[in-house]
Design a protein around this ligand. Sequence first.
Ligand SMILES: NC(=O)c1ccc[n+]([C@@H]2O[C@H](COP(=O)([O-])OP(=O)(O)OC[C@H]3O[C@@H](n4cnc5c(N)ncnc54)[C@H](OP(=O)(O)O)[C@@H]3O)[C@@H](O)[C@H]2O)c1
Length: 280
Amino acid sequence: MKSITFNQQTTSAIGIGTWHIGEGNQQRTTSEMAAIKYGLDHGINVIDTAEMYGEGLSETLIGNVIKDYQRDSFQLISKFYPYHATPKLIQTSLENSLKRLKTDYLDVYLLHWRGNTPLGETISGLEQMVQKGLIKNWGVSNFDFDDLQELISLPNGKNCRLNEDLYNIGSRGIEYSILPWQKQQQMSFVGYSPFGSDGSEYLQIKPVLKEMAQQKHVTVHQLLLAWVLRNHDLLSIPKTASVEHMKSNIAATEINFTADELELLDQSYPKPKHDGLETI
Ligand SMILES: NC(=O)c1ccc[n+]([C@@H]2O[C@H](COP(=O)([O-])OP(=O)(O)OC[C@H]3O[C@@H](n4cnc5c(N)ncnc54)[C@H](OP(=O)(O)O)[C@@H]3O)[C@@H](O)[C@H]2O)c1
């Protein structure tokens, strides 16, 4: 398994995405739990969730898995709604998440996206949670370059440990300035939806991907994930409810590209020419 420096620690290059997990019937739940366990047992040591995911169902399922693991053997990220971004509501959301996750701290707690609460208030609430020992660090999600500049100009804003944005071969906007800037600031980057999420509406699979996957004896999904990881400085968080897919995603972290292959992919999925944060 490829490893990276994430949140100032060495972690697996992929984390476990968990949107839509815990929302199905017993059979599905069993399969989702088995997939997460497989991931944790085979070197993945970051899990990403949110209070939004199934209104707590994702966190509840994760709690039922991680209770059997040593807490410091993995990092846990969760997120709160922008309308819970005041100090008082952050604490309530966090305590509810911790209860569902059956743990007493998060490694990183994220503002899921920007809302109406002034950022300074949110930072202050998050810093209080760090002081209380309920979170180790905090970060943000779906922030564009300007949002990030505003954030770090505020008191304690530079304590932001990570930003999580959409990143896959069809959505490359963050490569323009967000990714290099975060690297320079030593602010970790988490790229979500490496496969373009559940449907084809977010990511068009062009013939070049199918042909290259065939030539390299891998699947298109493996190629998509390996492409995101070609850059060693970010964490990608694919979601899967299947042990087979989890296995395949772990194997994908070992796939490398030649310069010619990357150039060929750039022709069909061009590098960004301007800033442009996309979201799902
Ligand atoms: N911060 C944010 O605003 C934000 C937004 C979106 C997502 N996220 C996070 O990022 C995670 C990943 O994004 P996502 O859930 O949108 O989508 P994704 O990981 O891009 O794609 C998930 C889809 O890919 C399928 N899949 C996974 N591995 C596969 C494989 N090896 N072969 C074939 N199909 C495979 C899954 O089906 P199976 O389950 O059947 O394998 C599922 O349909 C989320 O779960 C969440 O944790 C964060």
